[in-house]
Design a protein around this ligand. Structure first.
Ligand code: SF4
Ligand code: SF4
Length: 490
Protein backbone atom coordinates (compact mmCIF):
# COMPACT_ATOMS: atom_id res chain seq x y z
CA UNK A 1 0.00 0.00 0.00
CA UNK A 2 1.37 3.36 -0.93
CA UNK A 3 0.50 6.86 0.13
CA UNK A 4 -1.05 7.35 -3.28
CA UNK A 5 -3.45 4.45 -2.70
CA UNK A 6 -4.63 6.04 0.48
CA UNK A 7 -5.00 9.40 -1.20
CA UNK A 8 -7.36 7.74 -3.68
CA UNK A 9 -9.41 6.34 -0.84
CA UNK A 10 -9.76 9.63 0.87
CA UNK A 11 -10.53 11.85 -2.06
CA UNK A 12 -9.15 15.31 -1.57
CA UNK A 13 -8.34 15.09 2.15
CA UNK A 14 -4.69 15.77 1.55
CA UNK A 15 -3.74 15.78 5.22
CA UNK A 16 -4.67 12.14 5.44
CA UNK A 17 -2.08 11.07 2.92
CA UNK A 18 0.43 10.83 5.77
CA UNK A 19 -1.49 7.98 7.38
CA UNK A 20 0.28 5.48 5.22
CA UNK A 21 3.76 6.76 5.83
CA UNK A 22 6.21 4.26 7.28
CA UNK A 23 6.21 5.65 10.80
CA UNK A 24 2.45 5.57 11.45
CA UNK A 25 0.63 2.39 12.45
CA UNK A 26 -1.74 0.68 10.05
CA UNK A 27 -3.50 -0.99 12.92
CA UNK A 28 -4.66 0.70 16.12
CA UNK A 29 -5.40 -1.73 18.88
CA UNK A 30 -7.39 -1.31 22.01
CA UNK A 31 -5.29 -2.09 25.04
CA UNK A 32 -6.80 -3.85 28.02
CA UNK A 33 -8.24 -1.22 30.29
CA UNK A 34 -5.66 -0.23 32.88
CA UNK A 35 -8.47 1.25 34.92
CA UNK A 36 -10.45 -1.35 36.87
CA UNK A 37 -14.10 -0.50 36.75
CA UNK A 38 -16.16 -1.19 39.85
CA UNK A 39 -19.72 -2.27 40.32
CA UNK A 40 -21.86 -3.67 43.10
CA UNK A 41 -20.53 -7.19 42.63
CA UNK A 42 -17.44 -9.08 41.57
CA UNK A 43 -16.49 -9.15 37.96
CA UNK A 44 -14.43 -12.11 36.92
CA UNK A 45 -10.77 -11.92 37.73
CA UNK A 46 -10.10 -15.05 35.71
CA UNK A 47 -9.72 -13.99 32.12
CA UNK A 48 -8.39 -16.60 29.78
CA UNK A 49 -5.44 -16.28 27.49
CA UNK A 50 -5.63 -17.22 23.84
CA UNK A 51 -2.85 -19.09 22.12
CA UNK A 52 -1.91 -17.96 18.64
CA UNK A 53 -0.37 -20.07 15.91
CA UNK A 54 3.21 -19.63 14.77
CA UNK A 55 2.89 -17.27 11.78
CA UNK A 56 4.88 -19.37 9.31
CA UNK A 57 3.08 -22.62 9.94
CA UNK A 58 -0.09 -22.52 7.95
CA UNK A 59 -2.64 -20.81 5.77
CA UNK A 60 -4.60 -17.99 7.40
CA UNK A 61 -8.08 -16.66 6.90
CA UNK A 62 -10.49 -14.27 8.58
CA UNK A 63 -12.85 -15.62 11.22
CA UNK A 64 -16.54 -15.71 10.19
CA UNK A 65 -17.78 -14.42 13.54
CA UNK A 66 -15.60 -11.31 13.47
CA UNK A 67 -17.56 -8.07 13.76
CA UNK A 68 -16.55 -5.35 11.31
CA UNK A 69 -17.93 -1.91 10.70
CA UNK A 70 -16.85 1.22 8.79
CA UNK A 71 -15.71 4.14 10.96
CA UNK A 72 -14.74 7.32 9.18
CA UNK A 73 -12.34 8.39 6.43
CA UNK A 74 -11.77 4.85 5.19
CA UNK A 75 -10.92 3.41 8.60
CA UNK A 76 -12.69 0.21 9.70
CA UNK A 77 -13.31 -1.39 13.04
CA UNK A 78 -12.70 -5.13 13.40
CA UNK A 79 -13.32 -7.21 16.48
CA UNK A 80 -12.63 -10.92 16.74
CA UNK A 81 -14.24 -12.89 19.58
CA UNK A 82 -10.70 -14.09 20.25
CA UNK A 83 -9.16 -10.60 20.43
CA UNK A 84 -6.84 -10.35 23.44
CA UNK A 85 -8.34 -6.99 24.44
CA UNK A 86 -10.71 -4.67 22.61
CA UNK A 87 -11.32 -4.02 18.93
CA UNK A 88 -8.79 -2.91 16.32
CA UNK A 89 -9.00 0.00 13.93
CA UNK A 90 -7.64 -0.74 10.46
CA UNK A 91 -6.50 2.00 8.13
CA UNK A 92 -7.49 1.59 4.47
CA UNK A 93 -4.35 -0.38 3.65
CA UNK A 94 -4.79 -2.79 6.54
CA UNK A 95 -8.48 -3.15 5.71
CA UNK A 96 -7.70 -4.12 2.13
CA UNK A 97 -5.14 -6.63 3.34
CA UNK A 98 -7.71 -8.07 5.77
CA UNK A 99 -10.26 -8.45 2.99
CA UNK A 100 -7.73 -10.24 0.80
CA UNK A 101 -7.63 -13.04 3.39
CA UNK A 102 -11.45 -13.27 3.42
CA UNK A 103 -11.46 -13.93 -0.29
CA UNK A 104 -8.40 -16.12 -0.40
CA UNK A 105 -6.70 -17.90 2.56
CA UNK A 106 -2.95 -17.45 2.35
CA UNK A 107 0.25 -17.39 4.43
CA UNK A 108 1.25 -14.33 6.43
CA UNK A 109 3.79 -12.49 4.34
CA UNK A 110 3.60 -8.81 5.27
CA UNK A 111 4.20 -7.11 8.62
CA UNK A 112 0.56 -6.02 8.77
CA UNK A 113 -0.52 -9.68 8.30
CA UNK A 114 1.31 -10.61 11.47
CA UNK A 115 -0.23 -7.68 13.36
CA UNK A 116 -3.70 -8.77 12.26
CA UNK A 117 -2.92 -12.32 13.37
CA UNK A 118 -1.80 -11.08 16.80
CA UNK A 119 -5.29 -9.64 17.23
CA UNK A 120 -6.77 -12.95 15.99
CA UNK A 121 -8.31 -11.11 13.05
CA UNK A 122 -6.43 -13.59 10.89
CA UNK A 123 -6.53 -17.16 12.17
CA UNK A 124 -5.04 -20.42 10.90
CA UNK A 125 -7.64 -22.29 8.83
CA UNK A 126 -6.63 -25.62 10.33
CA UNK A 127 -6.68 -24.57 13.99
CA UNK A 128 -8.84 -21.84 15.56
CA UNK A 129 -7.40 -19.96 18.54
CA UNK A 130 -7.28 -22.05 21.68
CA UNK A 131 -8.61 -20.90 25.03
CA UNK A 132 -6.55 -21.37 28.15
CA UNK A 133 -7.81 -20.25 31.55
CA UNK A 134 -5.42 -17.88 33.29
CA UNK A 135 -4.69 -17.97 37.00
CA UNK A 136 -6.89 -15.76 39.19
CA UNK A 137 -5.37 -12.53 40.32
CA UNK A 138 -7.25 -12.01 43.53
CA UNK A 139 -9.80 -13.18 46.04
CA UNK A 140 -12.61 -10.64 46.21
CA UNK A 141 -14.80 -10.35 49.30
CA UNK A 142 -17.91 -8.34 50.02
CA UNK A 143 -17.84 -7.46 53.70
CA UNK A 144 -21.42 -6.75 54.68
CA UNK A 145 -20.66 -4.18 57.36
CA UNK A 146 -24.28 -3.36 58.20
CA UNK A 147 -27.94 -3.86 57.37
CA UNK A 148 -28.66 -0.26 58.34
CA UNK A 149 -29.08 2.48 55.78
CA UNK A 150 -30.10 6.13 55.70
CA UNK A 151 -31.80 5.62 52.32
CA UNK A 152 -34.69 3.44 51.27
CA UNK A 153 -34.01 2.50 47.64
CA UNK A 154 -36.76 0.39 46.09
CA UNK A 155 -34.34 -1.98 44.34
CA UNK A 156 -32.15 -2.75 47.36
CA UNK A 157 -31.68 -6.43 48.16
CA UNK A 158 -30.97 -5.89 51.87
CA UNK A 159 -33.64 -6.44 54.50
CA UNK A 160 -32.93 -3.31 56.55
CA UNK A 161 -32.35 -3.46 60.30
CA UNK A 162 -29.98 -1.82 62.73
CA UNK A 163 -27.82 -4.96 62.85
CA UNK A 164 -24.15 -4.55 61.97
CA UNK A 165 -20.90 -6.47 61.99
CA UNK A 166 -18.97 -6.45 65.24
CA UNK A 167 -15.23 -5.90 65.28
CA UNK A 168 -14.27 -9.49 66.12
CA UNK A 169 -16.44 -10.90 63.32
CA UNK A 170 -14.86 -8.48 60.89
CA UNK A 171 -11.30 -9.24 62.00
CA UNK A 172 -11.94 -13.00 61.78
CA UNK A 173 -13.27 -12.53 58.27
CA UNK A 174 -10.30 -10.47 57.10
CA UNK A 175 -7.80 -12.90 58.62
CA UNK A 176 -9.57 -15.91 57.11
CA UNK A 177 -9.62 -14.28 53.69
CA UNK A 178 -5.89 -13.66 53.77
CA UNK A 179 -5.20 -17.22 54.93
CA UNK A 180 -7.47 -18.68 52.25
CA UNK A 181 -5.92 -16.56 49.49
CA UNK A 182 -2.41 -17.40 50.63
CA UNK A 183 -3.18 -21.15 50.78
CA UNK A 184 -4.68 -21.02 47.30
CA UNK A 185 -1.72 -19.13 45.84
CA UNK A 186 -3.83 -16.11 44.94
CA UNK A 187 -1.60 -13.04 44.77
CA UNK A 188 -4.07 -10.46 46.02
CA UNK A 189 -7.17 -9.56 48.02
CA UNK A 190 -9.88 -7.09 47.21
CA UNK A 191 -12.20 -6.02 50.01
CA UNK A 192 -15.54 -4.38 49.31
CA UNK A 193 -17.00 -2.69 52.39
CA UNK A 194 -20.73 -2.64 51.80
CA UNK A 195 -24.17 -2.76 53.33
CA UNK A 196 -26.68 -1.13 53.89
CA UNK A 197 -24.65 2.06 54.16
CA UNK A 198 -21.18 0.97 55.20
CA UNK A 199 -20.05 4.46 56.20
CA UNK A 200 -22.56 4.44 59.08
CA UNK A 201 -19.93 2.25 60.77
CA UNK A 202 -16.86 4.04 59.53
CA UNK A 203 -14.65 3.28 62.51
CA UNK A 204 -15.17 -0.44 61.85
CA UNK A 205 -14.08 0.04 58.23
CA UNK A 206 -10.98 1.86 59.43
CA UNK A 207 -10.06 -0.91 61.87
CA UNK A 208 -10.60 -3.64 59.26
CA UNK A 209 -8.53 -1.65 56.79
CA UNK A 210 -5.68 -1.34 59.35
CA UNK A 211 -5.66 -5.10 59.92
CA UNK A 212 -5.88 -5.87 56.20
CA UNK A 213 -2.95 -3.55 55.51
CA UNK A 214 -0.93 -5.26 58.23
CA UNK A 215 -1.69 -8.70 56.75
CA UNK A 216 -0.91 -7.48 53.25
CA UNK A 217 2.53 -6.34 54.42
CA UNK A 218 3.14 -9.61 56.30
CA UNK A 219 2.04 -11.95 53.50
CA UNK A 220 3.04 -9.96 50.43
CA UNK A 221 -0.49 -10.22 49.05
CA UNK A 222 -1.62 -7.08 47.27
CA UNK A 223 -4.58 -5.27 48.79
CA UNK A 224 -7.30 -3.33 47.02
CA UNK A 225 -10.23 -1.82 48.84
CA UNK A 226 -13.44 -0.10 47.87
CA UNK A 227 -16.15 1.36 50.07
CA UNK A 228 -19.64 1.32 48.57
CA UNK A 229 -21.60 4.36 49.70
CA UNK A 230 -24.70 6.37 48.88
CA UNK A 231 -22.66 9.53 49.46
CA UNK A 232 -25.19 11.12 51.79
CA UNK A 233 -23.49 11.11 55.19
CA UNK A 234 -19.81 11.37 54.32
CA UNK A 235 -17.84 13.85 56.42
CA UNK A 236 -14.63 15.78 55.72
CA UNK A 237 -12.80 13.49 58.18
CA UNK A 238 -13.93 10.43 56.24
CA UNK A 239 -12.83 11.99 52.97
CA UNK A 240 -9.42 12.74 54.48
CA UNK A 241 -9.15 9.03 55.26
CA UNK A 242 -9.99 8.11 51.66
CA UNK A 243 -7.35 10.50 50.42
CA UNK A 244 -4.76 9.15 52.84
CA UNK A 245 -5.40 5.44 52.23
CA UNK A 246 -6.38 5.64 48.56
CA UNK A 247 -9.13 3.13 49.23
CA UNK A 248 -11.59 3.61 46.40
CA UNK A 249 -14.85 5.39 47.14
CA UNK A 250 -17.77 4.16 45.06
CA UNK A 251 -20.81 6.39 45.21
CA UNK A 252 -24.18 5.49 43.71
CA UNK A 253 -25.74 8.13 41.50
CA UNK A 254 -28.75 7.18 39.40
CA UNK A 255 -29.81 10.46 37.81
CA UNK A 256 -29.97 14.21 38.16
CA UNK A 257 -32.37 15.77 40.68
CA UNK A 258 -35.74 14.05 40.92
CA UNK A 259 -34.61 11.01 38.88
CA UNK A 260 -32.08 10.19 41.57
CA UNK A 261 -34.48 11.14 44.36
CA UNK A 262 -37.13 8.82 42.99
CA UNK A 263 -34.78 5.83 42.96
CA UNK A 264 -32.76 6.69 46.04
CA UNK A 265 -35.03 8.46 48.57
CA UNK A 266 -34.02 9.15 52.14
CA UNK A 267 -35.31 6.73 54.74
CA UNK A 268 -38.73 8.03 55.73
CA UNK A 269 -38.97 9.99 52.46
CA UNK A 270 -37.21 13.06 51.12
CA UNK A 271 -34.60 13.93 48.55
CA UNK A 272 -30.99 12.73 48.68
CA UNK A 273 -29.59 14.14 45.42
CA UNK A 274 -28.58 17.52 46.85
CA UNK A 275 -26.62 15.83 49.63
CA UNK A 276 -24.80 13.54 47.19
CA UNK A 277 -23.88 16.49 44.98
CA UNK A 278 -22.65 18.38 48.04
CA UNK A 279 -20.40 15.42 48.87
CA UNK A 280 -19.07 15.19 45.33
CA UNK A 281 -18.60 18.90 44.67
CA UNK A 282 -17.43 20.09 48.08
CA UNK A 283 -15.78 17.12 49.76
CA UNK A 284 -14.51 14.81 47.01
CA UNK A 285 -13.50 17.29 44.32
CA UNK A 286 -10.94 19.26 46.35
CA UNK A 287 -9.15 16.05 47.36
CA UNK A 288 -7.16 13.38 45.47
CA UNK A 289 -9.64 10.56 45.90
CA UNK A 290 -10.04 7.38 43.87
CA UNK A 291 -13.70 7.99 43.12
CA UNK A 292 -15.97 5.80 41.05
CA UNK A 293 -19.63 6.51 40.34
CA UNK A 294 -22.00 3.57 40.01
CA UNK A 295 -25.19 4.19 38.05
CA UNK A 296 -28.04 1.72 38.32
CA UNK A 297 -30.09 1.90 35.13
CA UNK A 298 -33.76 1.05 35.53
CA UNK A 299 -36.76 1.33 33.26
CA UNK A 300 -37.68 4.53 35.11
CA UNK A 301 -34.26 6.21 34.88
CA UNK A 302 -33.19 5.11 31.37
CA UNK A 303 -34.87 8.02 29.55
CA UNK A 304 -32.80 10.47 31.63
CA UNK A 305 -29.48 8.65 31.45
CA UNK A 306 -27.95 10.90 28.78
CA UNK A 307 -28.25 14.04 30.92
CA UNK A 308 -26.61 12.25 33.85
CA UNK A 309 -23.74 10.96 31.71
CA UNK A 310 -23.24 14.45 30.30
CA UNK A 311 -22.98 15.85 33.83
CA UNK A 312 -20.56 13.13 34.95
CA UNK A 313 -18.34 13.59 31.89
CA UNK A 314 -18.21 17.32 32.53
CA UNK A 315 -16.67 16.48 35.90
CA UNK A 316 -14.40 13.81 34.37
CA UNK A 317 -15.37 11.22 36.99
CA UNK A 318 -15.07 7.50 36.16
CA UNK A 319 -18.40 5.71 36.17
CA UNK A 320 -20.15 2.47 35.35
CA UNK A 321 -23.64 1.77 34.04
CA UNK A 322 -25.19 -1.27 35.71
CA UNK A 323 -28.59 -2.76 34.99
CA UNK A 324 -31.25 -3.11 37.66
CA UNK A 325 -31.79 -6.68 38.83
CA UNK A 326 -35.10 -7.52 40.42
CA UNK A 327 -35.01 -8.81 43.99
CA UNK A 328 -37.80 -10.37 46.04
CA UNK A 329 -38.07 -6.98 47.79
CA UNK A 330 -38.57 -5.05 44.53
CA UNK A 331 -40.83 -7.46 42.65
CA UNK A 332 -43.86 -5.15 42.79
CA UNK A 333 -41.98 -2.06 41.52
CA UNK A 334 -42.85 -2.55 37.86
CA UNK A 335 -41.60 0.89 36.81
CA UNK A 336 -38.04 -0.30 37.48
CA UNK A 337 -38.22 -3.27 35.11
CA UNK A 338 -35.90 -3.26 32.13
CA UNK A 339 -38.21 -2.76 29.18
CA UNK A 340 -35.86 -3.66 26.34
CA UNK A 341 -36.48 -0.83 23.91
CA UNK A 342 -36.49 1.81 26.66
CA UNK A 343 -33.13 0.60 27.96
CA UNK A 344 -31.62 0.45 24.48
CA UNK A 345 -32.84 3.96 23.63
CA UNK A 346 -31.63 5.39 26.95
CA UNK A 347 -28.21 3.77 26.62
CA UNK A 348 -27.89 4.86 22.98
CA UNK A 349 -28.58 8.44 23.98
CA UNK A 350 -25.91 8.16 26.70
CA UNK A 351 -23.42 6.72 24.21
CA UNK A 352 -24.13 9.63 21.89
CA UNK A 353 -23.08 11.99 24.70
CA UNK A 354 -19.89 9.97 25.23
CA UNK A 355 -19.16 10.14 21.49
CA UNK A 356 -19.20 13.92 21.74
CA UNK A 357 -16.83 13.85 24.73
CA UNK A 358 -14.51 10.92 24.07
CA UNK A 359 -12.14 10.41 27.00
CA UNK A 360 -8.53 9.23 26.78
CA UNK A 361 -9.08 6.08 28.83
CA UNK A 362 -10.42 2.88 27.21
CA UNK A 363 -14.18 2.81 27.06
CA UNK A 364 -15.21 -0.81 27.13
CA UNK A 365 -15.33 -1.55 30.85
CA UNK A 366 -18.34 -0.58 32.89
CA UNK A 367 -20.41 1.00 30.11
CA UNK A 368 -22.68 -1.99 29.48
CA UNK A 369 -23.61 -3.74 32.69
CA UNK A 370 -21.21 -6.62 33.40
CA UNK A 371 -19.66 -6.64 29.92
CA UNK A 372 -15.87 -6.29 30.11
CA UNK A 373 -13.12 -5.55 27.59
CA UNK A 374 -10.77 -8.30 28.64
CA UNK A 375 -11.55 -11.75 27.26
CA UNK A 376 -13.06 -13.96 29.96
CA UNK A 377 -15.41 -16.90 30.31
CA UNK A 378 -17.42 -16.26 33.50
CA UNK A 379 -19.48 -13.16 34.24
CA UNK A 380 -18.34 -12.93 37.84
CA UNK A 381 -16.20 -14.68 40.38
CA UNK A 382 -19.12 -16.49 42.09
CA UNK A 383 -18.18 -20.07 42.96
CA UNK A 384 -14.51 -19.35 42.29
CA UNK A 385 -12.88 -16.32 43.86
CA UNK A 386 -15.75 -14.27 45.26
CA UNK A 387 -16.98 -14.44 48.85
CA UNK A 388 -19.71 -12.54 50.63
CA UNK A 389 -19.43 -12.31 54.40
CA UNK A 390 -22.57 -11.26 56.20
CA UNK A 391 -22.65 -9.01 59.25
CA UNK A 392 -22.96 -12.13 61.45
CA UNK A 393 -19.93 -13.78 59.82
CA UNK A 394 -21.84 -16.19 57.59
CA UNK A 395 -20.52 -17.04 54.15
CA UNK A 396 -22.59 -16.52 50.97
CA UNK A 397 -21.84 -16.83 47.28
CA UNK A 398 -23.35 -13.50 46.25
CA UNK A 399 -24.76 -10.40 47.95
CA UNK A 400 -28.10 -11.20 46.29
CA UNK A 401 -28.13 -14.31 48.49
CA UNK A 402 -27.41 -12.81 51.92
CA UNK A 403 -30.32 -14.82 53.32
CA UNK A 404 -29.04 -18.04 51.82
CA UNK A 405 -25.55 -18.65 53.25
CA UNK A 406 -23.44 -21.66 52.33
CA UNK A 407 -21.91 -21.73 55.80
CA UNK A 408 -22.57 -20.20 59.23
CA UNK A 409 -18.94 -19.25 59.68
CA UNK A 410 -15.86 -18.45 57.67
CA UNK A 411 -13.17 -21.09 57.81
CA UNK A 412 -10.10 -20.38 55.68
CA UNK A 413 -9.61 -24.07 54.94
CA UNK A 414 -13.11 -24.67 53.61
CA UNK A 415 -13.98 -21.22 52.27
CA UNK A 416 -13.26 -21.78 48.58
CA UNK A 417 -14.62 -25.37 48.37
CA UNK A 418 -17.86 -24.29 50.09
CA UNK A 419 -18.28 -21.37 47.71
CA UNK A 420 -17.74 -23.71 44.74
CA UNK A 421 -20.47 -26.06 45.97
CA UNK A 422 -23.10 -23.39 46.62
CA UNK A 423 -26.47 -23.22 44.88
CA UNK A 424 -25.53 -20.64 42.24
CA UNK A 425 -24.19 -22.33 39.13
CA UNK A 426 -21.90 -19.80 37.54
CA UNK A 427 -21.23 -21.56 34.24
CA UNK A 428 -18.73 -20.69 31.57
CA UNK A 429 -20.23 -18.90 28.57
CA UNK A 430 -19.27 -21.95 26.53
CA UNK A 431 -21.89 -23.92 28.48
CA UNK A 432 -24.73 -21.42 27.94
CA UNK A 433 -27.28 -22.25 25.30
CA UNK A 434 -27.50 -19.45 22.75
CA UNK A 435 -24.10 -17.96 23.61
CA UNK A 436 -21.62 -20.42 22.11
CA UNK A 437 -21.29 -18.80 18.71
CA UNK A 438 -22.04 -15.21 19.72
CA UNK A 439 -19.35 -12.76 18.60
CA UNK A 440 -19.48 -11.08 22.01
CA UNK A 441 -19.37 -14.28 24.07
CA UNK A 442 -16.00 -13.66 25.72
CA UNK A 443 -16.97 -10.10 26.74
CA UNK A 444 -20.59 -10.52 27.76
CA UNK A 445 -20.27 -14.13 28.97
CA UNK A 446 -24.05 -14.56 29.11
CA UNK A 447 -24.83 -12.07 31.91
CA UNK A 448 -25.51 -12.40 35.64
CA UNK A 449 -26.31 -16.04 36.48
CA UNK A 450 -28.69 -15.11 39.32
CA UNK A 451 -30.73 -12.86 37.04
CA UNK A 452 -30.83 -15.48 34.27
CA UNK A 453 -32.03 -18.11 36.73
CA UNK A 454 -34.64 -15.78 38.20
CA UNK A 455 -36.16 -15.15 34.78
CA UNK A 456 -35.69 -18.52 33.06
CA UNK A 457 -35.28 -21.07 35.87
CA UNK A 458 -32.06 -22.23 34.18
CA UNK A 459 -28.36 -21.54 34.63
CA UNK A 460 -27.28 -22.84 31.22
CA UNK A 461 -28.97 -20.35 28.91
CA UNK A 462 -28.21 -16.87 27.67
CA UNK A 463 -29.14 -13.74 29.63
CA UNK A 464 -32.68 -12.34 29.55
CA UNK A 465 -30.92 -9.06 28.67
CA UNK A 466 -29.31 -10.64 25.59
CA UNK A 467 -31.25 -8.42 23.19
CA UNK A 468 -29.93 -5.32 24.96
CA UNK A 469 -26.34 -6.58 24.95
CA UNK A 470 -26.53 -7.56 21.26
CA UNK A 471 -27.94 -4.17 20.32
CA UNK A 472 -25.49 -2.11 22.35
CA UNK A 473 -22.15 -3.89 22.28
CA UNK A 474 -21.50 -3.05 18.60
CA UNK A 475 -22.15 0.59 19.47
CA UNK A 476 -19.69 0.41 22.32
CA UNK A 477 -17.10 -1.14 20.01
CA UNK A 478 -17.66 1.70 17.57
CA UNK A 479 -17.16 4.26 20.34
CA UNK A 480 -13.89 2.59 21.32
CA UNK A 481 -12.83 2.69 17.67
CA UNK A 482 -13.55 6.42 17.47
CA UNK A 483 -11.68 6.93 20.74
CA UNK A 484 -8.64 5.12 19.32
CA UNK A 485 -8.70 7.36 16.25
CA UNK A 486 -8.90 10.44 18.47
CA UNK A 487 -6.13 9.34 20.82
CA UNK A 488 -3.82 8.68 17.88
CA UNK A 489 -4.57 12.06 16.37
CA UNK A 490 -6.65 10.91 13.39
S1 SF4 B 1 -26.20 -13.28 26.43
FE1 SF4 B 1 -26.45 -12.77 24.27
S2 SF4 B 1 -24.91 -11.18 23.87
FE2 SF4 B 1 -24.34 -12.22 25.75
S3 SF4 B 1 -22.89 -13.83 25.14
FE3 SF4 B 1 -24.95 -14.73 25.24
S4 SF4 B 1 -25.72 -14.56 23.13
FE4 SF4 B 1 -23.99 -13.15 23.30
S1 SF4 C 1 -24.31 -13.69 40.47
FE1 SF4 C 1 -24.90 -11.73 39.49
S2 SF4 C 1 -25.19 -10.31 41.24
FE2 SF4 C 1 -24.04 -12.10 42.03
S3 SF4 C 1 -21.87 -11.50 41.87
FE3 SF4 C 1 -22.43 -12.60 39.96
S4 SF4 C 1 -23.02 -11.00 38.46
FE4 SF4 C 1 -23.06 -10.08 40.55
Amino acid sequence: MSGLDLFEDLGDQKTRISLDSQDLPQLLTSETAAYESDCDCACSSTPFTITTAKPTETQFSTSPDTYTSPLRQGFHLAFSPFAPAGPSVLNPAAWRRYQAFTQNPQPLTEAIDRELAQQNLLIPISRPPQIQPAASEQLTAWLHVTNACNLDCPYCYVRKSSAHMNLQTGLNAVESLFTAAHRQGLPGIKLKYAGGEATLHFSLIQKLHDRALQLSEQTGLTLREVVLSNGVALTPTMLDWFERTQARLMISLDGLGSVHDHQRPLKGGGASFAQVVHTLENLVKPRQIDLHLSVTVTGASAPYLAELVSWILAHDWPFSLNFYRQTPLSADRHELELEEQAIISGMQAAYKVIEQNLPDRPLLNGLLDKVQSQAHTHTCGVGQTYAVITHTGQLSQCQMQLDNPVSDRVNPHTLLPLLAKGPIQNLSVQEKLGCQSCTYRYRCTGGCPVETFRVTGRWDVKSPNCGVYQALYPELLRLEGLRLLNVHGY
